[in-house]
Design a protein around this ligand. Structure first.
Ligand code: SF4
Length: 376
């Protein structure tokens, strides 16, 4: 191990599977709905994880048996871009050498220089590039991501597909994406078809709500949709997924469920990475956290410095309200929805998700198959 890691950390992360390495807090865009906005806006302090520290962290997390690495930010393709991306490429190569089975990178894809990065031999070692596009047309995407971003990103998606990358699309579901097009189809469906036409292998959705979490104060309420709207849309899309209507896998968050249904299968619907200790989110400011609803806040579970990873024993420990041994609705969103007939589920709860980490080491996903009487 490179770091002296305290026992509480090792105990909580005994089932560590994935690392989200927020390698830089720099970004060339300022998207309206960005949940990382305070971190990319703030100009003081360390804005990126130094190369040697990044390599040491991913090495130790690999020793704890993480097998999937997501490189993100900010915009990770800004990491070392002035050095012909040598630092970024070194992280990718090292991760594969360490035995990470799945290494992926998230990007807004909105830069011309990106096409030369796509040609780099070491960049091609990535198992997935995920491009963020928030609508099937510039008219829907650009008002929230910035003028010209749709055309630039789509052009880079096409190049990446031509070069043989495994391209995924990540899309935020926002107010302008929950209406219907001229054909009567939901624009969310148009987005799935658009991603398919670009050659993407999968589409992954996030939904923008007022959640009762810190991001409510820095994402713009005008783009949010209501839980009631979402439950109708989810049900329609999910039926189509079940009927095999789409040509590519669709990962879509259920987000809310009726109390009675939650109580029918709490172990499954109570999925919470914070309780499972299956992931770490690592940031340039030294914070290690689990829940992405706390991005850009002081909350986390631990801090790393040059040679130590220390558990947070104070009031900024994000687990302070969690009932660690009991399946519950999402702890961080529950107070907001305490008067409703439905309960909030984890941001990451995407039913029947064909997710690498659950394929590798069945765990939580087995609960579903067991309860539904299937023996997968
Ligand atoms: S969003 Fe809720 S359920 Fe998911 S990790 Fe955070 S606290 Fe847990």
């Amino acid at each position: 191990m490179n770091f002296d890691i305290d026992a509480k950390f090792l105990k909580h992360f005994r089932n560590l599977r994935q690392v989200f390495l927020y390698i830089t807090d720099e970004c060339n865009l300022r998207c309206v709905q960005c949940i990382y906005k305070p971190s990319i806006t703030y100009q003081l302090g360390r804005k990126e994880i130094g190369l040697e520290t990044a390599l040491a962290l991913i090495s130790d997390f690999r020793e704890l048996e993480a097998s999937k690495l997501s490189i993100l930010g900010g915009k990770p393709t800004l990491y070392g871009s002035s050095q012909n991306w040598k630092p970024l490429l070194r992280v990718i190569v090292k991760a594969k050498e360490l035995g990470y089975e799945y290494v992926r990178l998230d990007t807004n894809g909105a830069t011309e220089k990106f096409s030369s990065l796509l040609l780099k031999k070491d960049f091609k070692k990535l198992d997935e590039i995920s491009f963020s596009i928030d609508g099937p047309t510039a008219e829907i995407n650009d008002p929230i991501r910035g003028k010209g971003t749709f055309d630039e990103c789509v052009s880079n998606v096409k190049k990446a597909v031509r070069l043989g990358y495994n391209v995924n699309i990540t899309c935020c579901i926002h107010r302008n994406l929950v209406t219907r097009g001229a054909s009567g189809d939901l624009l969310v469906e148009c987005m799935i078809r658009f991603a398919t036409s670009l050659g993407a292998k999968r589409i992954n959705f996030h939904v923008l709500f007022d959640r009762g979490t810190p991001e409510d104060t820095w994402t713009t309420p005008e783009v949010h949709i209501s839980p009631q709207e979402w439950m109708g849309i989810y049900s329609e899309i999910n039926k189509n997924i079940e009927a095999g209507k789409y040509q590519i896998p669709v990962r879509i968050p259920q987000s809310f469920i009726a109390w009675e249904e939650f109580e029918r299968n709490p172990d499954y619907y109570g999925f919470c990475p914070a309780k499972l200790g299956e992931r770490v989110l690592v940031h340039p400011n030294g914070i290690i956290r689990i829940c992405s609803s706390l991005l850009s806040t002081p909350y986390g579970v631990a801090r790393y410095s040059n040679d130590k990873i220390v558990w947070d024993d104070g009031l900024t420990n994000e687990l302070q309200d969690h009932q660690l041994n009991k399946p519950t609705p999402c702890t961080n969103q529950s107070k907001k929805y305490s008067d409703e007939k439905f309960v909030p589920l984890c941001f990451s709860f995407k039913s029947k998700q064909d997710e690498f980490i659950w394929r590798q080491k069945p765990g939580w996903e087995k609960i579903r198959t067991f309860k539904e009487g299937k023996n997968e």
